[in-house]
Design a protein around this ligand. Structure first.
Ligand code: CAO
Length: 476
């Protein structure tokens, strides 16, 4: 008996020593790191390098669980990117309805919600609230882009979530940050206008213009994803979650920051690289629309190419970058411009840009946009063919890199989507189809949240996961 007790005591002592050793700085750590470990109690030492082949050591965000409360585009863009990186995205949708774009914009929904699982929960139903509480305890990150105040009205305030799971990161997209417009609902083009993009896009003589790229929605989703990953990293040191918020206005402004630079330059004189300057048109008080002027200080413009009369996309972007001015002059048959004082140096060219681009266009009109690309690149002259969406959809190289992917869907059939634009050598992206509405409700409730089969049947009958009046989840 005594020997047994002694052995048990020894084993317990060994366990404690092992636990303490895990917290104790190892000899390999730097003094600074060791100090951090002592203070925080969190071991930050990296594990030894994996010996698994590249791409077979799991995905970057494996093990991260996302409670995905997003809809339309900004939030879904963010969670789809996290899903591409391996996070498990559990998309919570309203029973019977789901994300509003499921019905209104079906292909749009499909393209933005791949690599996610769908669970239907009525977040205002008492049983639904109980399920959400379990999900909050179970997940690492909650992502939402409801209208301001909607999450609070569901009872999911920051205080409640933080108390329920102090490690949870709560990430939100809103139209505006705190201020006069904080309560406004916002869509893509509203953000483009409020973020300074529309006032600086378009032609000087015309009205402000929104761009085709979804810089308000997808742009802000991208910003949010970066915030989430940073918060996950910080959580490894602090052990606590935090709020991550991105306003669409801020996201657009961040993408339009060069125009804010120009606003400040304007107080010191005209913006000499804008073609308006060369044309002698005075500047007003705010940064003007600059048409197709290049923003980088190297004059550029969109020029017609062979076939422009019938093909609306037979154009190329052409940049008269200073270091390749000589080869440009030779190509377009104006070798004398290399030494002519009116053309030889960049400042001399500024008042003559329109004439210069008209002359270059006489040359580009004799070539297809792809021929221009090929010829100019032999001389390091930066040009860009104006690619139509048809050309992009059919581009084999984009398929080969997984940037454009064909996915099969049980109700839609085959469709194209944009795969992960971020390529990682050890975290390989699989692009999976979007889920049917509520497709994973049972799986998540039973396998993830631990409800028994009887409890699941009771939840089904409660109306918390089914459309009001119906008792069964419908996959639509
Ligand atoms: N169960 C029960 N109710 C649910 C639910 C669920 N699973 N999911 C959502 N709802 C409810 C919300 O609680 C909200 O109800 P209340 O207003 O009564 O509290 C209601 O559905 C509608 O939510 P919403 O106001 O967010 O949706 P909307 O269509 O009216 O507005 C949008 C859409 C995008 C304008 C708004 O959500 C918004 O401004 N979001 C922030 C900015 C943003 O992301 N915009 C980009 C959208 S993409 O262009």
């Amino acid at each position: 008996m005594a020997t047994r007790k002694k052995a048990a005591g020894k084993a317990a002592a060994k366990k404690v020593a092992k636990k303490q050793a895990a917290k104790r700085p190892t000899s390999k750590m730097t003094a600074q790191k060791a100090d951090a470990v002592r203070k925080s109690g969190v071991v930050t030492e990296l594990p030894p390098p994996s010996t698994k082949p590249w791409g077979e050591a799991g995905k970057a965000l494996d093990g991260v669980r996302i409670l995905d409360f997003t809809h339309v585009q900004s939030g879904p863009t963010c969670t789809q990117l996290l899903g591409y990186m391996g996070a498990d995205c559990i998309k919570v949708e309203r029973p019977g309805v789901g994300d509003i774009t499921r019905g209104q914009l079906r292909l749009y929904f499909t393209m933005l919600n791949g690599n996610k699982r769908s669970i239907t929960i009525d977040s205002k139903h008492p049983k639904g609230k109980e399920i959400l509480e379990r999900l909050i305890k179970h997940c690492d990150v909650l992502v939402e882009n409801f209208a301001p105040g909607a999450l609070d009205r569901m009872g999911l305030t920051w205080d409640y979530i933080h108390k329920t799971n102090p490690q949870m990161i709560v990430a939100s997209v809103k139209g505006f940050g705190p201020g006069p417009y904080e309560d406004c609902k916002v869509y893509e083009n509203v953000a483009q206008c409020a973020g300074g993009a529309a006032s600086t896009t378009g032609f000087r003589e015309g009205p402000p213009l929104v761009t085709g790229a979804q810089i308000g929605d997808s742009g802000t989703g991208l910003h949010l994803a970066f915030g989430i990953v940073s918060a996950l990293y910080q959580r490894m040191r602090t052990g606590r979650g935090q709020r991550v918020r991105c306003a669409m206005q801020d996201g657009v402004l961040n993408l339009a920051r060069v125009k804010l630079r120009d606003q400040q330059r304007l107080t010191h004189g005209p913006l000499t690289e804008y073609s308006q300057h060369g044309e002698g048109v005075p500047f007003g008080k705010a940064v003007p629309r600059a048409g197709n002027d290049s923003g980088g200080g190297q004059p550029g413009w969109i020029l017609k190419c062979k076939g422009w009369e019938t093909d609306p996309d037979a154009y190329t972007y052409f940049i008269t970058q200073a270091p390749v001015w000589g080869p440009i002059c030779d190509l377009i048959g104006k070798p004398e411009w290399k030494t002519d004082p009116d053309y030889a140096a960049p400042p001399a060219r500024l008042p003559r840009l329109r004439h210069i681009f008209n002359t270059i266009e006489e040359w580009t009109k004799t070539k297809t946009k792809f021929e221009v690309m090929e010829i100019c690149n032999q001389h390091d002259i930066p040009v860009g063919p104006i690619l139509s969406m048809k050309e992009i959809a059919e581009d084999q190289s984009l398929r080969d890199t997984g940037t454009v992917v064909e996915v099969d869907h049980p109700t839609r059939g085959k469709y194209l989507t944009v795969g992960n634009p971020i390529k990682m050598s050890d975290s390989v992206t699989e692009v999976k189809r979007s889920p049917l509405l509520g497709e994973h409700t049972e799986e998540i409730l039973i396998e993830e949240l631990g409800y028994s089969a009887e409890e699941f049947a009771a939840i089904k009958n409660s109306g918390a996961i089914t459309p009001s009046g119906k008792k069964e989840t419908e996959a639509a």
